[in-house]
Ligand binder design. Structure first.
Ligand code: NI
Length: 180
């Protein structure tokens, strides 16, 4: 169990296109996933991607078994380890929503995302994951997978009047939790 250092925006390692995982169910892969889970839990995150701890592999984790206090009305996103993901938009419809990121601490912004997606990939043992997702679930997946292509959410902000410091935008909100 290791809580790893989170890289912050400006670190060139966050801008890489991550490498595909080629070997599943290995001790190294399980150790990486344990570190991701420990680091996400310690940071109270909603999701985490391997590049955020400096690991150049296509591995993300997201979801929880409990409602997210920042989105109390959002459906629960299943706790997932997703490897080598492919995302396909299932319609052209976009949806705006607030996002934060553990690699961009203290800030929030409104980001347009596909509302309805299919995502495919593998779990840690190499079993296929193939799901459809909408709304908040789809948003979380798109945010995490963007980390694998070197994209941080501020790069997708279109309306910079809705981008700023959490403590200013949302006075009273616990700014230390629930970023992804
Ligand atoms: Ni993030």
């Amino acid at each position: 169990m290791t809580v790893r250092t989170l890289l912050k925006m400006g670190d060139a390692r966050l801008l890489r296109h991550a490498q595909a995982v080629t070997a599943f169910d290995t001790p190294e892969l399980h150790a990486l996933i344990t570190d991701l889970k420990d680091t996400m839990a310690a940071a109270n995150g909603a999701g985490l991607a391997a590049p955020q701890i400096g690991v150049d592999l296509q591995v993300v984790i997201f979801g929880s078994d409990q409602p997210n206090p920042r989105y109390p009305d959002a459906p629960i996103v299943p706790r997932t380890v997703l490897i080598n993901p492919v995302i396909t938009a299932l319609s052209n419809e976009e949806e705006d929503g607030w996002e934060g990121c553990l690699s961009v601490p203290g800030l929030r912004g409104v980001v347009p995302r596909w509302r309805h997606i299919r995502y495919q990939g593998f779990d840690a043992s190499g079993a296929v994951i193939d799901r459809e997702a909408e709304g908040f679930h789809a948003r979380v997946v798109q945010h995490e997978c963007d980390h694998l292509w070197g994209l941080l959410y501020p790069m997708r902000v279109r309306d910079f009047t809705r981008f700023g410091f959490t403590e200013v935008l949302f006075p009273g909100l616990d700014a230390s939790s629930d970023d992804d």
